[in-house]
Design a protein around this ligand. Structure first.
Ligand SMILES: [Zn+2]
Length: 314
């Protein structure tokens, strides 16, 4: 089906406090995923896919767009050389606050504080959690994460800071840079990749006032454009599920002149769908690509399962 587009999304490649995995597993898994894509897919830049969709031109067979959210440093150090081996272009949705180091990634800050916690108990939302075992620590971590996700950005950051203080984390080792800086973002462009916005501070937009959303959407674009000397007209919604943006959000995105916004709602992006709610399949490096299909993603199974002889292999 040449008018459907598979947009794939990753975050980190190597393990982080927020997304732990055994060492080395991430990069091996990602390399395997890229080899799978080289066999079955036609990978094209997001801007080219949008151009074809807008012009009513057909997409190539098994068209796939690769995206990365948040600007993890390993995207640049590991991902870019691996993408280059296959000649794959990608789009990186970056957060100016992370690039400048003025905003922390709250989920990594929280995970790091739990990982390094020296306190034996945490009282949160009226419940006292025992922190003496990894399992009990995980229960407490899950409870805090689920609650703070419901808050607006400023309250979430304040609550993560308060909880982190109560956890009495051991001091962090030097060189904790999980995210790339502006120089790293420029290196992505120099390697031929595209950059889009992921808001100024990674605010979950639906939790913000309309004015707050407008600031996140407009300023992120302006900061990326002036910091990188490019035009930015693509966006990925932070968190990106249906409950994480609203009709107000998509209206603002449209009014600001963005060309598209991608979500984390699984499925294929279709020509007839709104460009401001594009479906996207989020992977971790250890996701077995064909297994995405077994979770009910019927169209993808057709794509992954078919090996058409006319398919040009790269
Ligand atoms: Zn994100």
């Amino acid at each position: 089906m040449s008018n459907r587009l598979l947009v794939l999304g990753w975050h980190n490649i190597d393990p982080t406090p927020g997304f732990p995995d055994p060492p080395g597993v991430g990069r091996l898994g990602f390399a395997k995923q890229l080899r799978t894509l080289a066999r079955f897919a036609t990978v094209l830049p997001l801007q080219e896919a949008l151009r074809r969709i807008e012009a009513g031109e057909p997409l190539p067979p098994r068209a796939v767009v690769l995206t990365f959210d948040d600007g993890y440093l390993d995207n640049l150090e590991l991902g870019v050389p691996m993408l280059a081996q296959h000649g794959f272009p990608a789009t990186f949705f970056l957060v100016p606050g992370f690039l400048s180091g003025t905003v922390g990634a709250w989920w990594e800050d929280l995970s790091g504080a739990f990982e390094r916690a020296r306190a034996s108990r945490l009282t949160f939302a009226g419940v006292t959690h025992d922190l003496s075992t990894p399992a009990s620590r995980q229960v407490a971590h899950d409870a805090v994460r689920a609650t703070v996700k419901k808050l607006d950005h400023a309250s979430r950051v304040a609550e993560v800071a308060r909880v982190s203080e109560e956890l009495e984390p051991a001091p962090i080792a030097a060189g904790d840079g999980l995210f790339m800086d502006w120089g790293g973002a420029k290196s992505l462009l120099a390697a031929g990749h595209e950059v889009g916005s992921h808001t100024v501070s990674h605010a979950i937009l639906e939790r913000e006032t309309e004015a707050g959303q407008l600031t996140e959407l407009a300023d992120s674009r302006r900061e990326l454009e002036s910091g990188l000397g490019i035009s930015v007209d693509t966006l990925a919604f932070p968190n990106g599920a249906a409950a994480d943006y609203s009709a107000t959000t998509t209206r603002l995105v449209s009014e600001l002149g963005y060309r598209c916004a991608v979500t984390t709602r699984a499925g294929l992006a279709g020509r007839s769908d709104s460009p401001y709610e594009m479906r996207r399949v989020i992977l971790t490096p250890t996701t077995d690509l064909p297994s995405v299909a077994s979770k009910g993603w019927r169209k993808a199974r057709t794509m992954v399962g078919r090996r058409v002889s006319s398919l040009s292999r790269r």
